[in-house]
Design a binder for this molecule. Structure first.
Ligand code: SME
Length: 151
């Protein structure tokens, strides 16, 4: 199955999986699990806005940093710029936060609720250049579905 087919499947499954579930932590956890399992990424998870920082939320993969400041790293930059950031090579991103030395490329997608950023989806890959505009497109669609399910 190609990348687009995998993402189409995720979009269909996600809508059914988290519809009408009154459990934000569970919804975030299962969203991370679905994307992570289907796509075979290295690390897939959420950082959530709390007390003017990003705090580690539900994720799949190796242990990660607990807290990221506003504008710091790829996650903090995506929060500050309020847009998806695709990083082909983390070594070329000034201020990248290396939770794992195995991470080589990364995509961060903001999660909006009522036009405000409530967190970001962060995905890491062990290969350089994993993510492109196709990932950005489908992951933004997935985050819209997720947002609609969050209470
Ligand atoms: N690399 C991220 C930090 C989070 S970990 O990758 C899970 C960043 O630069 O924001």
């Amino acid at each position: 199955m190609g990348k687009i087919e995998k993402y189409e499947t995720i979009i269909t499954e996600l809508g059914a999986l988290i519809k009408d579930v009154d459990n934000n932590t569970g919804v975030l956890a299962n969203t991370a699990a679905l994307i992570h399992e289907r796509m075979g990424f290295f690390w897939t998870g959420f950082y959530l806005v709390k007390d003017k920082t990003l705090q580690l939320g539900p994720f799949q993969g190796p242990v990660a940093c607990f807290q990221i400041g506003y504008g710091k790293g790829v996650c903090g930059a995506a929060w500050q710029q309020e847009k998806t950031l695709v990083v082909k090579d983390v070594e070329e991103f000034p201020g990248h936060i290396a939770c794992s030395s195995l991470s080589k490329s990364e995509i961060v997608v903001p999660v909006f609720k009522h036009d405000r950023i409530i967190g970001v989806l962060d995905i890491d890959s062990k290969e350089i250049g994993t993510f492109d505009e196709v990932d950005a497109h489908y992951l933004e669609r997935a985050m819209k579905i997720l947002s609609d399910s969050l209470r």
